[in-house]
Write a protein that binds this ligand. Structure first.
Ligand code: SAM
Length: 217
């Protein structure tokens, strides 16, 4: 897990925080998914974390609309076995991108817009493997006592919301997305990796339940 030393746990706004990357790394090692789809490559931190955790026969498909991300993926992940980069929007996911393989884990960390995530979810849902996991980043709240200048700057310029307790909902669209899934697809159960004891962006895991996955049909 040495690659995680390059992660920033407090000053980073976009990518997974270091401790969140540890959690996702552990999830992948525990579950050994064969096919992972990631929406939001950015500089490739979460993709590299997945690749470090995945088995040799696994496939990671990562999507990003940004030209810099496309160039970075080509430069830093050249012809890497088990990795495919798609320079297209998340809502344009197509099952052929992963050769029709059932999706074991889908990671949402791209546009943060509710309608875009909803359309994307509808695209991937028919292709989820039994017992598949969905991970959604940026679903937590920030506690004011942990804010650093980079977060103050974000709050001043982005359409954040506040909870009754004065905590900052830094990506309201992602929380709405989780609520929408739970309301419209009650077969999903959620687990939230949120904490106000530190500056935590927040990660929500969803899995089809109840019951053990191998009994869920
Ligand atoms: C928060 S960053 C991803 C961080 C990355 N997952 C990590 O932890 O290293 C969000 C990325 O989503 C990309 N993005 C924005 N809208 C998108 C869309 N509609 N489809 C795919 N990617 C999108 C942005 O270009 C940006 O690179």
């Amino acid at each position: 897990m040495e690659h995680l030393q390059s992660y920033d746990d407090h000053g980073a706004i976009g990518p997974l925080q270091q401790d969140e990357a540890v959690a996702l790394f552990g999830l992948v090692r525990a579950l050994r998914p064969r096919t992972v789809v990631e929406f939001g490559f950015f500089h490739g931190h979460s993709a590299f974390n997945f690749l470090m955790a995945l088995e040799a026969d696994a496939l990671l498909a990562s999507y990003d609309v940004d030209d810099g991300s496309r160039d970075r993926a080509a430069r830093e992940f050249p012809q890497r076995p088990g990795f495919r980069f798609f320079h297209k929007s998340q809502e344009d996911f197509h099952p052929d991108d992963v050769d029709g393989r059932p999706l074991d884990l889908v990671f949402f960390d791209a546009a943060h817009f509710l309608d875009l995530n909803q359309r994307t979810f509808e695209r991937v849902r028919p292709h989820l493997a039994p017992g598949a996991w969905i991970a959604i980043h940026d679903t937590g709240v920030w506690s004011p006592e942990h804010l650093e200048p980079v977060h103050e700057e974000f709050i001043a310029t982005m359409p954040i919301e506040r909870t009754r307790e004065g905590r900052i909902v830094h990506q309201p669209g992602e929380r709405e997305f989780v609520r929408w899934i739970l309301e419209h697809f009650p077969e999903f159960q959620a687990l939230h990796l949120h904490s106000c004891r530190t500056l935590r962006h927040g990660l929500t895991f969803l899995q089809i339940g109840p019951g053990f996955p191998d009994e869920a049909g």
